[in-house]
Design a binder for this molecule. Structure first.
Ligand SMILES: Cc1ncc(COP(=O)(O)O)c(C=O)c1O
Length: 393
């Protein structure tokens, strides 16, 4: 590590005192604390005014005025409801990249449908659409496509496949919130699009999720399904009121978002430009700094139009553990996003195609710290740490 960095970590007695740089660090400021205080002072803690306001804020930000935004308790809830809206149920198959979040796999199982694991493309790390097409059959009801980190899927081709085979698309945009695809905001063009606002996401509600849908019919259904099936009009609830009599017509879950979480979300969203620019800058520095290390593969993008959620590198599989140990010893934590789905006990017998790329990437992938407003000192420490690893030994 650079000597000036070491100096920064010495306490008054000259003993090195080092806080590990975490992979994620949410940007929580006075704004969020004030927003929470306001909600707590009003005392309507459950679903209400702030939830409606957060949905409006998201709709304006995503520029999806021909669509509807419904916020829910988590990204997982959004995926589950999205699949149900798509009509997925027992006997159906849903294709998903195996290189995806567990929430996606569990959401498929929760509908009673079967998972079909597909491979990813070696360059984008998003679903391999040729391989996906070969897995489509008359049981295929839907496909989950996920923008992995800072590279977006080929959404035009996905749309063509959906039309050709009559399948629904659930676009998992948990990583691509705030990015643009061919000039269009992510969330503004997909069949069904979901976001996650969990504790480590680009913007957080502590926990939260959203679904963007195209019809009023879908919205009405979602409003009931997220509220254990209660036919409470959102227009009433968004005035911090509730109806005491209502009907129950649909299967439902306790998946709604509370005012406190929505208030944090709106506060975070008001800072999205700074969040986006600061994260992009870190990724650009990392990419530039690591090009000289031939053992590292960096994301193949210049990050233009991208709001990065995480930053990954690919390293030779026989070096990954040693690099992680080296980094931790020098005060830098690293992460693994992800272990592929078909490696887990619960999913090991699921139907799958050829997963050669996934198996390779699962052993090479490594996430480095990326924070909004990350300090120059932290960025330098991460870079120095990667560079000081004995790559050739
Ligand atoms: C790609 C992806 N999809 C879905 C989820 C699930 O979202 P949540 O944690 O809000 O349930 C995550 C969470 O990390 C994710 O990264």
């Amino acid at each position: 590590m650079n000597s000036d960095i070491i100096e920064n970590y010495k306490n008054k007695k000259g003993v090195i005192f080092m806080e590990t740089i975490p992979v994620f660090r949410p940007l929580i400021t006075e704004d969020e604390i004030l927003a929470c205080k306001k909600v707590l002072d009003i005392g309507w803690l459950g679903m209400g005014k702030n939830v409606g306001a957060f949905e409006d804020d998201l709709r304006n930000f995503v520029r999806c005025h021909d669509r509807y935004v419904v916020v829910v308790s988590t990204g997982h809830a959004a995926l589950h409801l999205g699949l149900l809206l798509a009509g997925v149920g027992p006997g159906d198959e849903v294709i998903t990249p195996s290189f995806n979040n567990i929430a996606d796999f569990q959401a498929i199982l929760a509908t009673g449908a079967s998972i079909v694991f597909c491979d990813i493309d070696d360059k984008s790390l998003c679903v391999d659409l040729d391989k996906a097409e070969s897995l489509i059959n008359n049981k295929t009801k839907a496909m989950i496509v996920m923008d992995y980190d800072c590279i977006l899927c080929d959404h035009d081709r996905i749309n063509q496949l959906a039309q050709k085979y009559g399948i629904r698309i659930i676009h998992d945009a948990a990583h691509s919130f705030g990015s643009k695809y061919k000039g269009k905001m992510i969330g503004s063009f997909s069949d069904l699009c979901m976001f996650s606002f969990d504790p480590v996401k680009t913007i957080t509600c502590i926990d939260g999720g959203a679904l963007i849908v195209r019809s009023k019919k879908e919205v009405d259904l979602l409003h009931e399904m997220r509220l254990v099936g209660m036919g409470q009009p959102a227009t009433v609830m968004y005035q911090n009121q509730r109806a005491w009599t209502y009907d129950v017509n649909h299967l439902g879950f306790r998946y709604h978002m509370a005012n406190l979480h929505a208030a944090i979300g709106s506060s975070q969203l008001s800072k999205i430009q700074m969040i986006s620019e600061s994260r992009r800058k870190v990724c650009q520095i990392y990419n530039e700094q690591f090009t000289s290390i031939s053992e590292i593969r960096t994301p193949l993008t210049d990050f233009r139009d991208i709001t990065p959620f995480l930053y990954y590198i690919r390293v030779p599989e026989n070096k990954r553990d040693a690099l992680r140990k080296h980094m931790l010893e020098h005060g830098v934590d690293t992460g693994i996003h992800w272990q592929p789905g078909h490696w887990f006990t619960l999913f090991k017998d699921c139907k799958k195609g050829n997963l050669t790329v996934t198996d390779k990437v699962g052993k090479e992938i490594l996430s480095l710290p990326l924070h909004s407003n990350m300090s120059d000192e932290n960025i330098q420490q991460v870079v120095a740490c990667v560079k000081s690893f004995r790559w050739r030994s």
